[in-house]
Design a protein around this ligand. Structure first.
Ligand code: SAH
Length: 252
C-alpha cells in the first residue's frame, strides 16, 4: 500500500491529521526536498527515510528512479508513504508515479495537502475568489520541465481570466511571464504579489502590480520557492495578519 501524502507548504502544522497518521505509521518514507524537516522527525525510529529531492545544482534520483523505488518498496509489503510538498495533485508529477504503481498492480491512496498557492493567499489575507470580482482561480505553471517559460501555454486564456491567476515555479521567469500576460491584454496596473516561502518562519511578501512585480521581486532578491498571485482580489491583501513579517517590497 502506498500513500501519497501532501506535506503542506512548509509549516509542519499544516499537514492533515490523516497525513500525519500515515507518516507515523510508515515503514518507508520517500520524500521531496521541499517538505518541512520537522515532519520527517515524526517518522518511526525504524522507518527508512529516503530523500529523493532535487537540490538546486544537485541531481536528484530522476523520476524513473523514484517510480522504481516506490514500486520496489511497496511490492515488499512495506507501508510506503510518498511525502510531497504542498498538495500531491498539483505540479508534483503524481500522475507519473501513480501510473507506475498501477502498472505494478499495487494499491494506493492520495491524502491531500495545503497547496502553496492557498497557503500564500491565506498568509496575505487574499481571497482567491470574491463575489462579483473573481469567480475563477487558476493554478498555473508557466515553466516547463526544462525550467524555461512554457510558450505553448494558452496565454490568451490566462490573460483573459476574470479572476485570480496563481503561478507556481515562477521566480526565474517572472519578467517573461508578466510581459507575456500584459502583451496578451492583462492590465499592467492589476495588483500582484509574490509570496516567498509561504507559511515558513522566513516567509516574505512582495507586493506590486503586474507591471512592476518582476522588478520589485528582483530588487528584493526573491528566490524559489515562491508563488505569484495576480488578480483583482489581491488589492485586499492585508499586512495586519498576526505574525506576518514586514513587507519586503521596495516601492510596490
Ligand atoms: N505540490 C506543490 C507544488 C510543487 S511545485 C504544492 O501543491 O504546493 C514547486 C513550486 O511550488 C515552487 O516552485 C513554488 O512555486 C511553489 N511552492 C512550494 N512551496 C512553497 C512555499 N512554501 N511558498 C511559496 N511557494 C511554494
Amino acid at each position: 500500500m502506498i500513500s501519497f501524502v501532501g506535506a503542506g507548504p512548509g509549516d509542519p502544522d499544516l499537514i492533515t491529521v490523516k497525513g500525519l497518521r500515515r507518516l507515523r505509521a510508515a515503514e518507508v518514507l520517500i520524500h521531496d526536498r521541499l517538505v518541512a524537516p520537522e515532519l520527517l522527525e515524526e517518522a518511526r525510529h525504524d522507518a527508512q527515510v529516503i530523500d529523493v529531492g532535487k537540490a538546486p545544482g544537485r541531481h536528484g534520483m530522476g523520476q524513473g528512479g523514484i517510480n522504481a523505488l516506490l514500486v520496489e518498496r511497496a511490492a515488499r509489503d512495506r507501508r510506503v508513504v510518498r511525502l510531497k510538498g504542498g498538495d500531491p495533485t498539483l505540479f508534483g508529477r503524481l500522475a507519473e508515479e501513480i501510473r507506475a504503481v498501477r502498472a505494478a498492480g499495487l494499491r494506493f491512496e492520495v491524502v491531500p495537502g495545503v497547496t502553496a498557492g492557498c497557503a500564500a493567499a491565506s498568509r496575505t489575507g487574499i481571497s482567491l475568489t470574491e463575489r462579483g470580482q473573481s469567480s475563477v482561480a487558476v493554478f498555473a505553471t508557466a515553466t516547463d520541465h526544462s525550467g524555461e517559460t512554457a510558450l505553448d501555454l494558452d496565454w490568451d486564456l490566462l490573460a483573459r481570466v476574470r479572476g485570480t491567476v496563481v503561478c507556481y515555479m515562477t521566480v526565474r521567469n517572472l519578467d517573461t511571464i508578466a510581459a507575456i500576460l500584459i502583451a496578451h491584454g492583462r492590465d499592467p496596473s492589476e495588483p500582484a504579489v509574490v509570496v516567498e516561502r509561504a507559511a515558513r518562519a522566513d516567509e516574505r511578501v512582495v507586493p506590486g502590480s503586474l507591471g512592476t512585480i518582476a522588478g520589485v521581486a528582483r530588487a528584493a532578491a526573491v528566490e524559489s520557492p515562491a508563488v505569484l498571485i495576480v488578480g483583482p482580489t489581491v488589492r485586499a491583501a492585508t499586512v495586519s495578519l498576526v505574525g506576518l513579517p514586514a513587507l519586503a517590497g521596495v516601492g510596490g
